[in-house]
Design a protein around this ligand. Structure first.
Ligand code: HEC
Ligand code: HEC
Ligand code: HEC
Ligand code: HEC
Ligand code: HEC
Length: 448
C-alpha cells in the first residue's frame, strides 16, 4: 500500500543567509518556527549507511560517486573560501545549497566551518535523502531547499513492497530531468544563469524523444532494488560525468573507468589528412567534432574549469623528430596558453593554433569567478551541433624531407594544473587524469 499523508514541506528557508550573524557554526539560525521545521527534518533524514543493508548496490555506487564527494572535495572548499573572502559576500550559503543542502538548512555551513565539523549526514553532500526526500517540483538552478518532513522516500516504482524502515511515495518527477534541474543549472547570487546543463538539455531535441538525464547517467539493469525484493529495473547510481576525486576517496579507479567509457562515447571526430603532398606543400589537417550523442553541450556545467582540446603532432616518420605540435603540454602539465609558466618564462612558444573548448565567466568584460559574473562566454559544442578546426601547417625551411606521421587526439580533463597550484593544491596535480576521447594516426607521403 502506498503511503498517502499530506506532503509537509519546509518553506521560506531561502532567507536564511540573512539571519543572525552571531549564531555559531552548528547553531541553526532563524526564527523559532523555522527551527521547528529544521528539527523535524533532522529527525527524519538518515545517513546513507542506514539504507545500505536493504539497498546495498545503490549504496556501493553512490558511495564512490561525485555526489558523495561534493563537500569532501578540497577544490570545492578552496573556492568556497575564496567566495567568502569577497566583498561584500552576497550569499554565504550559495555553494552549500547544492553541495550540502542538508548542512545548509541545518545551519552548519557558516563561514569558516571545516568539513570535519559537519554532522555525518551533512558531510555526505548529496546523500540519498537529498534526492529521495526533496519536495518536487523545485525551481532550476537554486539548489534544494524544500524537503518532505513525513519520513517517506520518493520513488518511481509502480507498487513498492512495504518495509519496516520507511514509507514509499510515488513521485513521477523523480524519473524526469526536473529532479536534476535544481542543481544542474546554476543561477549565481546576481541572478545570472552561469551553468546550464539542464537548460541545454531542455532546449535540445532530447526531451521530445524522452531521453532524460537518467537515461544516460542512470542506466538500469534487471535485478532486485531491495534485498529479498522482486526483480525490477534497478537504476545505477554511480552517475559518472568527467570528474574523479583528486584527494583520497574510495572507488576512484572504478569511477575513472566509467568516466573514460562515457567520454569515449560522447562525440564523433572526423579527420581529413591528405595521403600525399609535395615537398614544399602546406599540410592541411581538418578536424570535425560532432556532438550527436550527448544530451547537452560538451563540455557542460562547470565549463570555467574544464578543458577539452585537440592535439595535433606532426613527426618525421623515419626519425620521429617533431616538426609541428599544437595541444601539447608544458613541463608543468599545462597547455601552452598565457597561464603556462614555460610560456611566461619564454622557454616555450605560445600555442597560437590551440583549439580549446571551455568557458569564461565575465564581470564588466573581464574574467571573473562564476559567482560574481554578469555574463558567460561559452566555447562549447551544443547538442546536435559541430565545430571544425583547420590547421594549415607550412613545411620547415627547405621543405619536408621525408614522409610524415600525423597524430590527432581529442583530450579532456576536469581542470588545469595551474588552477590547482593557484589554490594551494599543487600536490594534487599528479592525481589529475587526462582522458583521450578520440585518437587517429595518419601517414602522409612526401613527393620529393
Ligand atoms: C529495512 C529495509 C530498508 C531500508 C533500511 C531502506 N529501504 Fe528503501 N526500500 C525497501 C524496500 C523493501 C523497498 C521496496 C522494494 C520493491 O518493492 O522492490 C524500498 C523502496 C525504496 C525506494 C523506492 C520507492 C518508490 O516508491 O519507488 C526508495 C527511493 C528507497 N527505498 C530509498 C531508501 C533510502 C534513501 C533509504 C535510506 C535512507 C532506504 N530506502 C532504506 C527497504 C528498505
Ligand atoms: C542537490 C543538488 C543535486 C541534485 C539534485 C543532483 N545533482 Fe548531480 N551533482 C551535484 C553536484 C554539486 C555535483 C558535483 C560534486 C563535485 O564534483 O564536488 C554533481 C555531480 C554530478 C555528476 C558528475 C559530474 C562530473 O563532472 O563528474 C553527474 C553526472 C550528475 N551529478 C548527474 C545528476 C543527475 C542525473 C541528477 C538527477 C537525477 C543529479 N545529478 C541531481 C548536485 C546535484
Ligand atoms: C544522451 C545522453 C545524455 C543525456 C540525455 C544527458 N547526458 Fe550528461 N553527459 C553525457 C555524456 C556523454 C557526457 C560526457 C561528455 C561531456 O562532458 O559533456 C556527459 C557529461 C555530464 C556531466 C559532466 C560534464 C562536464 O563537462 O562537466 C554532467 C554534470 C552531466 N552530464 C549531467 C547531465 C544532466 C543533469 C542531464 C539532464 C539535464 C544530462 N547530463 C543529460 C550524456 C548525456
Ligand atoms: C542525485 C540524486 C540521487 C541520489 C543521491 C540517490 N538517488 Fe536513488 N534514485 C534517484 C533517481 C532519479 C531514481 C529514479 C530513476 C528513474 O526512475 O528513472 C532513484 C531510484 C532509487 C531507488 C528505486 C529503485 C531504482 O533503482 O530505480 C532506490 C531504492 C534508490 N534510488 C535508493 C537510493 C539510495 C539507497 C541512495 C543512497 C545510497 C540513493 N538512492 C541516492 C536519484 C538519486
Ligand atoms: C545550483 C547548484 C550549485 C551551486 C550554487 C554551486 N555548485 Fe558547484 N557544482 C554543481 C554541479 C551540478 C556540479 C557538477 C557540474 C559539472 O560537473 O559540470 C558542480 C561542480 C563543482 C565542482 C567540481 C568541478 C570542478 O571544477 O572540478 C567544484 C569545485 C564546485 N562545484 C565548487 C562550487 C563552489 C565553490 C560554489 C560556490 C561559489 C559552487 N560550486 C556552487 C552545483 C552547484
Amino acid at each position: 500500500m502506498r503511503f498517502r499523508r499530506a506532503i509537509l514541506v519546509l518553506g521560506g528557508i531561502a532567507l536564511w543567509s540573512s539571519c543572525s550573524p552571531e549564531s555559531g557554526p552548528t547553531a541553526p539560525p532563524g526564527r523559532a518556527g523555522r527551527s521547528d521545521t529544521v528539527a523535524a527534518l533532522r529527525r527524519v533524514v538518515a545517513e546513507a549507511e542506514r539504507c545500505q543493508p536493504c539497498h546495498p548496490q545503490h549504496y556501493e555506487e553512490w558511495r564512490i560517486s561525485m555526489h558523495a564527494y561534493a563537500v569532501e572535495d578540497p577544490v570545492f572548499h578552496a573556492l568556497n573560501a575564496l567566495m567568502l573572502k569577497g566583498q561584500p559576500v552576497v550569499d554565504e550559503q550559495f555553494c552549500m545549497r547544492c553541495h550540502s543542502p542538508l548542512g545548509s538548512l541545518f545551519g552548519e555551513t557558516l563561514p569558516g566551518v571545516r568539513k570535519e565539523q559537519l554532522s555525518p549526514v551533512a558531510r555526505q553532500g548529496i546523500t540519498c535523502d537529498v534526492c529521495h526526500m526533496m519536495a518536487l517540483p523545485h525551481p532550476a538552478g537554486r539548489g534544494v531547499e524544500r524537503f518532505r518532513l513525513d519520513g517517506a522516500r520518493i520513488g518511481t516504482l509502480p507498487d513498492p513492497a512495504p518495509n519496516t524502515f520507511h514509507a514509499s511515495v510515488s513521485e513521477p518527477l523523480l524519473g524526469q530531468s526536473e529532479a536534476c534541474a535544481p542543481c544542474h543549472d546554476v543561477v549565481n547570487p546576481l541572478g545570472v544563469l552561469v551553468e546550464r546543463t539542464y537548460t541545454e538539455w531542455r532546449e535540445s531535441l532530447f526531451p521530445a524523444r524522452g531521453i532524460t538525464c537518467q537515461v544516460c547517467h542512470m542506466p538500469w539493469q534487471e535485478e532486485p532494488v531491495a534485498v529479498g525484493g522482486p526483480v525490477r529495473r534497478r537504476h545505477r547510481h554511480l552517475m559518472p560525468g568527467v570528474d574523479v576525486p583528486l584527494s583520497e576517496f574510495p572507488g576512484r579507479e572504478q569511477l575513472l573507468e566509467a568516466v573514460e567509457y562515457l567520454l569515449q562515447n560522447a562525440l564523433r571526430m572526423t579527420v581529413t589528412v591528405p595521403s600525399e603532398i609535395s615537398r614544399d606543400g602546406l599540410l592541411r589537417v581538418r578536424v570535425v567534432l560532432s556532438n550527436t550523442i550527448t544530451g547537452h553541450d560538451i563540455p557542460t556545467g562547470s565549463i570555467f574549469t574544464r578543458q577539452m582540446w585537440v592535439e595535433v603532432v606532426v613527426q618525421d616518420a623515419a626519425t620521429g623528430r617533431v616538426l609541428y605540435e599544437s595541444g601539447t603540454l608544458d613541463s608543468y602539465g599545462d597547455l601552452r596558453t598565457l597561464h603556462s609558466m614555460d610560456v611566461q618564462a619564454g622557454r616555450l612558444p605560445l600555442d597560437t593554433a590551440l583549439v580549446l573548448f571551455n568557458g569564461t565567466a565575465l564581470r564588466n568584460g573581464r574574467p571573473a569567478f562564476f559567482w560574481e559574473a554578469h555574463t558567460v562566454e561559452f566555447r562549447t559544442i551544443p547538442a546536435f551541433d559541430s565545430r571544425t578546426a583547420v590547421y594549415a601547417i607550412p613545411p620547415p625551411p627547405g621543405g619536408w624531407t621525408g614522409d610524415l606521421e600525423v597524430r590527432i587526439r581529442l583530450r579532456f580533463r576536469a581542470l588545469p594544473p595551474y588552477l590547482l597550484r593557484s589554490l594551494g593544491l599543487g600536490e594534487l596535480v599528479g592525481r589529475l587524469p587526462v582522458f583521450d576521447m578520440e585518437q587517429e594516426l595518419y601517414q602522409v607521403r612526401i613527393r620529393l
